[in-house]
Design a protein around this ligand. Sequence first.
Ligand code: ADP
Length: 377
Amino acid sequence: MPAPNETAIRAALARVNDPEIRRPITELGMVESIATTPDGAVAVKVLLTVPGCPMKEQLTRDVTAAVQPLEGVASVSVELGVMTDAQRTELRQKLRGDAPANEIPFAQPGSRTRVYAVASGKGGVGKSSVTVNLAVALAQKGLSVGVVDADIYGFSVPRMLGVTGKPTQVEQMIMPPSAHDVKVISIGMFTPGNTAVVWRGPMLHRALQQFLADVFWGDLDVLLMDLPPGTGDIAISVAQLVPSAELLVVTTPQLAAREVAERAGSIALQTHQQIVGVVENMSWLELPTGERMELFGSGGGQAVADSLSQSTGTTVPLLGQIPIDQRVREGGDAGTPVVLASPESAAAQAIAAVAERLARRQTSLVGRSLGLTPTRG
Ligand code: ADP
């Protein structure tokens, strides 16, 4: 049998992605050395970005799986090391180029990421459930998706997505953990246990700024931001930090929810943001007889959409109506959103239909700087 070929090994390693950065380990400078013996033993030394990287088992597995099937390979051993400061600085340079440390990539004129800020007038209407399910449904379509849990006081996104990992830090970059192919960052990942966050406005703004600028998101197609309920500071911060973010308003059919949802949507008027549409949640409960029981009344979503259309002078569509289904709650509690756990349910299908509309939408250029500079004559 021929001895293992180093070029072939390198090519195989180029297909192994760093689990967090999601780029080939060869490109990231993580493969320090490859050694082979004539009898087919291969030793690969891989450099972790930080010591105690939570992904080391997966990396070892992935490297072994990539190299083992190659011709002439009898055994693979993976040795793990850690990057030096200089190597980490080089990595940061590779990933972020010359962008200033606190620049928000989504706010740059050439950004191709569609940013949706999910808002509701009051708590408990299903804003976070809608956010995580939309994120997973969009990722299932092959889009690259991130979620910022900006509901600083009521963070629930990590649990709903089943994210247990903590972010790792490389230089000034924070690597977001991911679950179900969705990258997630939440204030819940930075507080011990289940402690409450008692921050005031300026600190919240700073936290959000960090989530947007210092987290390495890579090239996202869609970023969803789960806002706190109401019309608070965070909504204004989002508008300042990412002016192109569009609002997605979640409401229930109930009159009271409708009124506050309209108020939440009306922030967009003050901040000149667009409203992509309204999602009505908990629209009805389907009884075993097939009959629909409208627990929270009816017509709230359409009424919010109509009212926002009128106040903004644009068409704000009702994007979908999601029925009440125990499986939505169960999926959230278990960290497996209903679009994954029970894709056949009417609730999952309603959410998937909203995701389809969001995925098909072209990024609107209205009201956006095209980044053109005048030529000098
Ligand atoms: P918010 O983010 O608006 O506070 P959540 O997404 O946390 O709301 O939802 C509040 C509660 O209602 C959660 O327990 C969630 O599982 C449940 N829930 C949300 N939408 C539905 C639905 N369509 N059917 C059943 N339960 C739902």
